[in-house]
Design a protein around this ligand. Sequence first.
Ligand SMILES: [Zn+2]
Length: 412
Amino acid sequence: MVSGPPGRGRTSGSAERSGSTGGLSGSSAERCGRSGGRSGSTGRGSSDRGVRLEITARDGDARAGWLHTERGSVRLPCFMPVGTRGSVRALSTADLACLGAPVMLANTYHLLLRPGTDLIEAAGGIHAFAAWDGHVLTDSGGYQAHSLPSSVDDGGVTIRSVYDGGLVYLTPESVVAAQEAIGADVQMVLDVCAPYPAGAEELRSALQRTAAWAKRSVAAKRREGQALFGIVQGGVDPGLRRLSAELTVALDFDGYGIGGLSVGEPRGAMLQALESAIGVLPQDRARYLMGVGDPVGLVEGVARGVDLFDCVAPTRLARHGAVLTARGRYNLRRAEHAGSLEPLEEGCPCATCSRYTRAYIRHLLMVGEPVALRLVTWHNVSWMLSLMDRINAAIGAGRLDSLRAEIMAAWG
Ligand SMILES: [Zn+2]
């Protein structure tokens, strides 16, 4: 187990205990320098389908509420840090619990290849293996088929291993079985993510294969108490987005991913495609905009009724020294920060900002001390989770529009 959080409030064993109720208690979050947790036990609410959505507030099309699962309850809307291989890069799962992240997103393709699902299953599933009591959502590997050398046929997809160059063949059935072995709380179907730009025929073929595979995924699912989300494709063509959503909704999934966006298209086209898909999705199921988590994309997605987001950017940027703030982002590597005795962001309650100066962290970054990556990652993840807190509060107060304007002014 990696040691506790940086900075003040280190309480022996607190990080290990903090997620034991299926989320993070407010007191643990406070010990870690955060003002409150975003998940917790509001009572089990899962039905036989494994998850249940509870909407507690609306502001226009935006919704706030809870996703109740067998593990506990996740407050929505929610940003999920990406822990592709079972850990958010530069953070331990104890860190993640301390930060109050309700869900860690892991990746089936990567975990299948390293360390293999047999080991994870033998260890008692991903939660025991990674010592993580929060929720886990696993992406299927469909995006890796899009971003890595691969070939698709009606049966499945052949992808080259990033580890040894060997070939791995994923099918809808094998991906469901792998996610059951991993023990994810929410699993995603194997989908076909078309490139951008793509012609109508390519988009249509990808969405039809995605629909056929979705049906096979539903038939393959064996394990109770685990949610399975379908994925809507269709590129930036509104008609194909609607068609894909209709085909997916017909299979009655526990929730719906909207995939194949944030792959290079302009924001306007992305939002139009999102609206086309959401118009077809049922109100009583969670919606997950896959791979989108920049502040503007996130708040615009929420305004259109999205509940769940993930994005590697906050952690990837941190490793390049980019710091997220209410005024936009800056690069800590720039010389102007060399003598700054300010925190990364003035007023930020996170454990990094409560203790360390820009000058110190920049020094660590410039000389290649690994902890610099952890300190900046800690701030950026904390910042994203705090942004979700603000979005939640704004929905409850009916003032999401003013927050949208504020975020657009800083980040647009
Ligand atoms: Zn901070």
